[in-house]
Design a binder for this molecule. Structure first.
Ligand SMILES: O=P(O)(O)OC[C@H]1O[C@H](OP(=O)(O)OP(=O)(O)O)[C@H](O)[C@@H]1O
Length: 205
């Protein structure tokens, strides 16, 4: 693996796009990282390096963008992938929970039932954890089926009371490293990199 510099110098975070559509939407769009092969590969390498000590049998990805990161991590880790879906999509038996997220709206998410045998170690993957409300729903779904939450992985986990509780309870892995300027700026929901952002930075070549 090539040397990527200091632990908190995650260059690919610089190509995440600012929100241009107002407060009904998330405050940033990290998906520009996925467009660029070098950025996506480096992101996965960084997350997988920190996941080396975490044992899991399956990766569960949260609808929708958690599917991208979760499926890529599952494939690179040689385990299966379990989609946790927004309600009303799965045509098999499901368990469902209500959750609230950054938007303030209450939504439902579902997981197939049964999805795994009791004691299965499930790594939960999402693109970004803001309030932690979406992740809370996923944790409940996994634990209800007697799965073990092996850890939580995301590009960033913003720091607040709920996510501090996750860090105290589960291994939490994120490309945004706690204590870094990226963490402080993510908590403040304003990245200094936005000032230099150009869509071309993420273009595939
Ligand atoms: O921590 P929270 O406040 O719950 O917010 C985090 C969630 O919000 C984003 O997804 P979103 O619901 O916007 O859906 P998407 O994945 O379809 O873009 C993100 O990918 C998480 O799933």
């Amino acid at each position: 693996m090539t040397d990527k510099g200091p632990r908190d110098d995650r260059w690919y975070l610089n190509i995440m796009a600012p929100n241009t559509k107002g407060d009904k939407f998330a405050w940033l769009d990290p998906t520009s990282i996925y467009i660029n092969q070098r950025a996506f590969t480096d992101l996965l390498d960084d997350l997988l390096a920190d996941l080396e000590t975490v044992e899991f049998d399956v990766v569960a990805g949260l609808d929708a963008m958690g599917f991208v990161l979760g499926a890529a991590l599952a494939a690179r880790s040689n385990v299966g992938f379990l989609p946790i879906r927004k309600a009303g999509k799965l045509c098999v038996d499901t368990d469902s929970v209500s959750f609230g997220n950054y938007s303030g709206r209450t939504q439902e998410m579902e997981m197939r039932q049964p999805a795994f045998s009791p004691g299965t170690r499930v790594l939960l993957a999402d693109q970004w954890v803001e309030t932690g409300g979406t992740m809370d729903g996923a944790i409940r779904l996994v634990e209800r089926q007697e799965g073990i939450v092996a850890g939580i992985v995301a590009i960033a986990i913003e720091e607040n009371e709920r996510t501090n509780g996750y860090r105290a309870t589960y291994p939490c892995i994120s490309a945004v490293v706690q204590g870094s300027k990226w963490q402080a700026e993510s908590n403040a929901q304003s990245l200094s990199s936005f000032g230099n952002y150009r869509p071309e930075m993420a273009f595939p070549r």
